[in-house]
Ligand binder design. Structure first.
Ligand code: F6R
Length: 613
């Protein structure tokens, strides 16, 4: 959600912090701020709005100092305004804090502090924490590290924190619980951030901070401890393979468009070393040790949120079809609180682009306690979910910066497809012949998506026609039903048009009442076992003057005569159609949003990586 950045070293911190915040702005963007320490004094600059607004307000102000912290916010406690923006300073100015997460018992702590005479400027839980640390520091007359440690022991909730203490200006403190934090290790300098994107420009050596760890960085070195004990912990440095052009827009006007276009390459990256088409083999190294247990599973439960949940629904169709294992797909937020019946014969698969989604993380923790095998399908290497699962598969789609998920969906779907085929083979549920031919066909998907992308102009024309719509319906059946849900989600997220996804056959049980001559209805109508039935649904929409945009198999002449617009996608085996059919829907949402003047990469109220409940 929020983005945190921090720097300590010999360079001027300000440009590093600002650039870092720009890179992290996709995590939250309703306000931004920085604090810089110069000659033992902290200078805080913050405002409602974007990082570019922050750059304006610091003009002419003191921005020197080689230690500092910064924040880009997605509001939880308190409306987005200048006062609630981070950093927050403690009442006597000893501590300055930026925070990602929610302190759940902040109200109780605030009351205690008010009784002690503390006054608060903002409505945030973060200011409460800054004052709690200061109160302990001043009353116990201890050092800053001990005060932070003691304060965190009193806190209930989630936090990623960067903290500076003006009495100890040569130290940068970082700690986390439930919200990600990474320390970049430079030469005599350290970079703290919510993820690696602002750091890779300076170093590829990262220390991923674990929950309840506290790092203290000085230009001379770092110290890592647990918040409960002062014993030094081993520093486990990870070398991150992330290139700068992975996190730049390149020649594209928006990240979202870039990421849609990257899909032929990202899917090829997901395949790499796993889909060995010429040998007719699938090798999923990340789960090879647990494959026998997975293949014996009584049930697979997929837990995820949003777009990742929809990828999970595709997985359900494919795993049940090919591996004949019972699959359930659950919204992580519901699953975690439902006291579900789980045994050690169950396998849980958590799907998450960010690997940090709070509900998904909580769901796997709960299932782990009940003895299930926990697997992950995640994109962000080193994030929390992969670190808490027994095994898993990285999607390798590269950083997804656009808030609306696109390439992550296709990468997740590809992983689930490979998993379904591999399990089917291992369990003897699919013949060698079918397995081989599906593998060969799957390998052609990246090139096929490139062909769909080459028809982008057609989708742009359709977007032009429907950009003024107020509602839209997306219909699909079988493996394309989750794609209908995903298409509708993309449209609402970035263009703010109300859209619904439905199984096509459900239309007559209610949504048909909405159809009139203004209503665009996307129908996913490829040549599969549902084709004739979906054609009937198109007739039903047309009989009510609805506008039909049909996604069809290339060469379809029947639907062409009925629909207002057709978008052709090449013929592939049925299980792979989601990977193709979703692409024009992504493009449609993108162009409609651009034409409506929406901020495509930073849609209102949303943020990437939902690290709070
Ligand atoms: C949709 C979108 C969200 C995420 C959801 C889960 O475009 O971005 O719905 O899919 O918040 O996020 P991850 O996959 O990071 O767990």
């Amino acid at each position: 959600m929020c983005g945190i950045v921090g720097y300590i070293g010999s360079r001027t911190a300000y440009p590093i912090l600002i650039k870092g915040l720009q890179r992290l702005e996709y995590r939250g963007y309703d306000s931004a701020g920085i604090a810089l320490v110069d000659n033992g004094k902290a200078f805080i600059h913050k405002c409602r709005g974007k990082v570019r607004d922050l750059e304006q307000i610091v003009k002419g102000k003191n921005i020197s100092g080689s230690i500092g912290i910064g924040h880009t916010r997605w509001a939880t406690h308190g409306v987005p305004n200048d006062v609630n923006a981070h950093p927050h300073r403690s009442m006597n100015g000893k501590f300055v804090v930026v925070h990602n997460g929610i302190i759940e018992n902040y109200s109780h702590i605030r009351t205690l502090l008010v009784e002690k005479g503390y006054k608060f400027e903002s409505q945030t839980d973060t200011e409460v924490l800054a004052n709690l640390i200061e109160d302990i520091y001043m009353s116990a007359q201890c050092d800053a590290e001990s005060a932070i440690r003691t304060a965190l022991q009193k806190v209930v909730g989630a936090y990623g924190l960067a903290i500076i203490c003006t009495d100890e200006p040569e130290k940068l403190f970082g700690t986390r619980k439930g919200s990600p934090l990474v320390l970049g290790m430079g030469n005599g300098e350290y970079f703290l951030a919510s993820d690696a994107t602002p750091i890779v420009e300076y170093t590829d050596k990262m220390l991923y901070i674990n929950d309840e760890e506290l790092v203290v960085a000085t230009p001379k070195g770092i110290r890592l401890t647990n918040i409960y004990e002062e014993v030094d912990k081993k520093i486990d440095v990870t070398t991150v393979d992330m290139k700068l052009d992975n996190i730049d827009k390149g020649s594209f006007p928006h990240y979202m468009l870039k990421e849609i276009h990257e899909q032929p390459n990202t899917i090829a990256d997901t395949f790499r070393g796993r889909l060995l088409a010429d040998q007719h083999q699938i090798f999923l190294g990340g789960i090879s040790d647990v494959l026998p247990r997975l293949a014996r599973a009584r049930r697979i439960i997929i837990v995820a949120c949003g777009t990742s949940y929809y990828a999970g629904l595709v997985g359900e169709y494919l795993i049940e079809e090919y591996a004949r294992i019972n699959v359930e797909v659950e919204y992580a937020s519901e699953f975690r609180y439902r006291n579900p019946v789980i045994t050690s014969e169950d396998v849980i698969i958590a799907i998450s682009q960010s690997g940090e989604t709070a509900d998904t993380l909580a769901a796997i923790r709960m299932a782990k306690q009940k003895g299930a095998l926990i697997l992950g399908i995640c994109n962000v290497v080193g994030s929390s979910i992969p670190r808490e699962t027994d095994a898993g598969i990285y999607t390798h789609a590269g950083p997804e910066i656009g808030v609306a998920s696109t390439k992550a969906f296709t990468a997740q779907t590809v992983v689930l497809t490979m998993m379904a085929l591999l399990l089917g083979k291992k369990r003897g549920e699919i013949s060698e012949e079918l397995y081989n031919s599906l593998i060969e066909d799957l390998a052609t998907v990246p090139a096929t998506i490139s062909r769909i992308l080459a028809d982008e102009e057609k989708v742009r024309e359709i977007a032009e026609r429907y950009k003024g719509a107020t509602n839209a319906l997306y219909l699909g059946r079988g493996v394309l039903y989750p794609v209908a849900l995903e298409g509708a989600l993309k449209l609402k997220e970035i263009s703010y048009i109300h859209a619904e996804g439905y199984p096509a056959a459900e239309m007559k049980h209610g949504p048909i009442a909405l159809i009139d001559n203004l209503m665009p209805v996307f129908v996913l109508a490829t040549k599969d076992k549902y084709y004739e039935k979906v054609v009937n649904n198109i007739q039903e929409v047309k009989a009510r003057q609805g506008q039909v945009i049909a996604v069809v198999t290339s060469g379809d002449t029947v639907i062409r005569k009925m629909a207002d617009y057709v978008i052709e996608i090449p013929q592939v085996d049925e299980p792979f159609t989601p990977l193709l059919a979703v692409v024009p829907l992504q493009l449609f949402s993108y162009y409609v949003a651009v034409m409506r003047g929406c901020n495509v990469d930073q849609p209102r109220n949303l943020a990437k990586s939902v690290t709070v409940e």
